[in-house]
Unconditional design. Structure first.
Length: 173
């Protein structure tokens, strides 16, 4: 039987659970990002969360659209860096969807910078909880599974340690 340091798996599970819940993230979604983008670019509408987040899920781990990745590549790390990242995106004339129109020009025209079909984003309905808010029940089943798996592993581990101390070993039975 190999001897494992009991702390290493525990630390791994804690970190995995935190990442799963979005508590550790290079860029955390902010409820105010849409209004800040609107202000910074002088838009007549508020940019929908779907410009950065995939499939209508606004968890912290989902801003992985081409536009969001372009912002991250230009320094987006938190709400303080959003303006700078937008300015750099405009200076670099980044075209995330490759349609020949820069992302900033698309936002100013009211079209999705992730869609080469230039889909209209003005008036898009957003979830009521805003960017970075908590998704309704049922949207983040992976988080519940991760928590249940971590709890099950910890219970099993605790029982195994207790049994070894008492001289019982379930694996030999």
């Amino acid at each position: 039987m190999s001897r494992m340091n009991p702390m290493k798996p525990g630390v791994f599970l804690v970190v995995a659970a935190l990442v799963s819940f979005g508590w550790i993230s290079k860029v955390r979604a902010e409820e105010r990002f849409p209004s800040e983008i609107q202000r910074d670019l002088s838009l007549s509408y508020q940019v929908p969360c779907s410009v950065c987040h995939i499939k209508g899920n606004v968890a912290a781990s989902t801003p992985i659209t081409p536009f969001a990745l372009s912002l991250r590549a230009r320094g987006l790390a938190d709400s303080r860096s959003l303006t700078t990242a937008l300015q750099q995106l405009e200076a670099d004339t980044v075209d995330s969807d490759g349609d020949g129109t820069s992302d900033i020009a698309e936002l100013k025209a009211g079209t999705d910078p992730n869609s080469s079909a230039n889909a209209n984003i003005i008036g898009d309905q957003e979830p009521g909880y805003g960017c970075g808010g908590t998704a309704p029940t049922g949207r983040n089943g992976g988080q519940a599974f991760a928590l249940a798996a971590a709890a099950g592993w910890l219970i099993r581990r605790r029982r195994d340690v207790r049994d070894r101390i008492e001289g019982n070993d379930h694996e030999q039975k």
